[in-house]
Design a protein around this ligand. Sequence first.
Ligand code: GLU
Length: 477
Amino acid sequence: MDNVRVRIAPSPTGYLHVGTAHTALFNWLFAKHNKGKFILRIEDTDIARSSKEYEENIIEGLKWLGLYWDEGPYYQTQRLDLYKKYAEELLKKELAYYCYCTPEELEERRKEALAQKKPPRYDRKCLYLSDEERAKYEREGRKPAIRLLIPEGKTIFNDIIRGEIEFNNQDIGDFVIMKSDGVPTYNFAVVIDDYTMGITHVIRGEDHISNTPKQLFIYNAFGWTPPEFAHLPLLLGPDRSKLSKRHGVTSVTEYKRMGYLPQALVNYLALLGWTPEENKEIYTIEELIELFDLRKVTKNPGIFDITKLEWINTQHIRRLSIKELADLTLPFLKEAEWFREENFNLEYYYKVLGLLQERLKTLSQIREYADYFFFDNLEYDKDTVKKVCKHPDTYFYLEKIKDEWNKLDEFTATNLETSLKTLAEQNQIPTKNLVHPIRVALTNKTIGPGLYEIAEVLGKEKTLKRLENFISFLKQI
Ligand code: GLU
């Protein structure tokens, strides 16, 4: 496919939603796969609901995901003259007309139509205005909107994903293309933009299907060839209703703050509505670009499942180098109240990460998993300690292992393990009677990475000190 040009056209009326990111990603993959262009257009004509903050958040989110655009951002509010010019062209061709009806009048007639069981579309009152009537409205100071004249018949288009879609023109009615304040409606601005920006494929959410015939009328009115259309399945929550805040986090930058990797979110979103031929679940961006095929996108909605996303995130975290993981987790680590810059040592941190990498579901979990590597005064919990030290002789054996470990010249996981096992064997006690208490002694947790590896990373001094503190605590209770 040559000269593919696609776009993402978010309205800055909210934070970057995962649904918009999904649409952006599919456009971006399609552009990259076909060596085409991906364009960013900010649809900010709803001035009351748009904000700079939302716009910045959208841009931050797209950049974080790596969905860089080749052109733009274009802003619709900077193109108002263009829409006006094109609307005037349609007026001149008599394919559009001024409408002076007020919202109240329209609403009243809509109700009347419904009461008489007639379709509630615009009744074309203003199409047939006499010059006097028009002059009267003008004198009253009414500002007209512009409506498009919709022809009789049917509108059919071929959707790349959904096949042929047919609409009855009668059901649509002459809709407004320019509001009385001179601002274009969404459908009009989109067509002018997509046409003037040379968009070849409009790839967007299924919720826009009903807009497509309206947009096709506008292309036809100008005699322009429309782009191809592909309507993507929507993202739903696990209860199969439209994905919203009540299903959990929907803001892309919130996932960033929660410690997700952009490549994991991209990987996850790509597989919502599309399954590559290959039978696997973890893909790099390069693989996704290589394999992407719009025709293989399904009509079935994508169910957004945070547990699955978390799993994919874990897999991508495991694929990072320790150095990358250190760079990415450090900002999260620094947020911990126990973090002290002056005590921080990067080589030590690499070792800590070597033990924790497997276990991290999100980058932010580093704070809860790594705490005991960074502060010494563990506050043991009586009940937990009692639970892991059921055997009455526990403190006696802990003293012994402390002595044994103290004798070690090389404080390595292998040596620590051998010495503990020997001690257990000689005294005919199960190793777990020692391992569980020592884990709590060293980490103040009952689960975690391998105990001997933890002790090796902590080093002799800290390990023995913690054992000593733990033994005194145990004696007290
Ligand atoms: N501004 C529209 C939206 O955010 C764009 C729809 C389209 O892609 O045409 O949904």
